[in-house]
Write a protein that binds this ligand. Sequence first.
Ligand SMILES: Nc1ncnc2c1ncn2[C@@H]1O[C@H](COP(=O)(O)OP(=O)(O)O)[C@@H](O)[C@H]1O
Ligand SMILES: [Mg+2]
Length: 336
Amino acid sequence: MTIDAIAQSLRAAGHTVHLVEANPDLPHWFLRHSVDLVFNIAEGNDGEHRESQVPAVLEALNIPFTGSNSVTLALALDKTKTKQILAAEDIPTPAWQLFAIAQAPLNPSLGFPLIVKPNREGSSIGIWRESVVGDEASLRRQIAIVADRYQQEVLVEEFIEGIELTVGVIDNEVLPPIEIDFSTCRQGGEFFYSWRMKEFQGNQALGLAPQLFCPARIEGRVMARVKEVALRAHRALGCRDFSRTDIRLRADGVPFVLEVNPLPGLSPLDSNFPIATQAAGFSHDKLIQRIVELAMARYRSGADVCRSSERSITCSQEPSASTEFADSYSSLRISG
Ligand SMILES: Nc1ncnc2c1ncn2[C@@H]1O[C@H](COP(=O)(O)OP(=O)(O)O)[C@@H](O)[C@H]1O
Ligand SMILES: [Mg+2]
């Protein structure tokens, strides 16, 4: 549905759209066809750095594409690497320990409750309500389950009590933060964005219907801090065009960054990023067209490496291809 909606928005702007499956045949397709720009929405097939695979192929073939590059996408998929960068930039992130070996001793400076997560998944895969643990026996049990099931390192973090926020950035502009309030879900036993919560979000019978507020109900000074942290996280990871950063806001007003999503979901029905862009006043069509324009502006300005070959961009679709497109173009701030 996400792909159909994106294709429809691109066609509405006058573009010719080809859908290319992100499978091992993808490089062959691009060797046989010439395109102006790729709208990348591929999460990749498999492997540690799967989200970076399609961008890496496009970089190798010198084909312009939307969104972040292969380095950022690989880094962001590794939660611990992301946290190391955030910490180096003095961006608050929960205290943590990475368990490469399940039996490694627990760092005594970490305070319970802790949360146990696979280091390289997304969509809350491997995160259930049992993932929040209050003692070492439950911690060990949970680490063993995650290590066994996902065959990867296990990230253990201090669990930040507080407000759940997710904050979009587009073109270095921070969108109105979204607050996800789980208080209506407590009777179902869920109290944060677990796998069940995301999978069945909106199901009242299961008690999995959190309330979303955009903009978040937080006061001005804290709001400014949250926005600043989201923008700094976006830049620290080298995100391009757009991103969505997940944050837990502690009661004392410190926004802790959990992770940065350089390829956030763009479903017009149930993704959080489009909720924020809608609150900022632009439609799904405009969001998609703006992402295209940002990418094209990057390549045109020479801010990207696509210069050397004949493949360098031939923008057959000028922004004036439709009124809608021209509108979105006129609202852009193009730097560089
Ligand atoms: N340290 C933490 N403190 C509080 N809640 C957390 C913490 N880490 C994860 N969570 C909860 O789990 C959800 C998913 O974690 P996240 O790190 O964003 O992984 P994913 O990539 O699967 O979205 C968060 O949105 C939040 O509700
Ligand atoms: Mg997340």
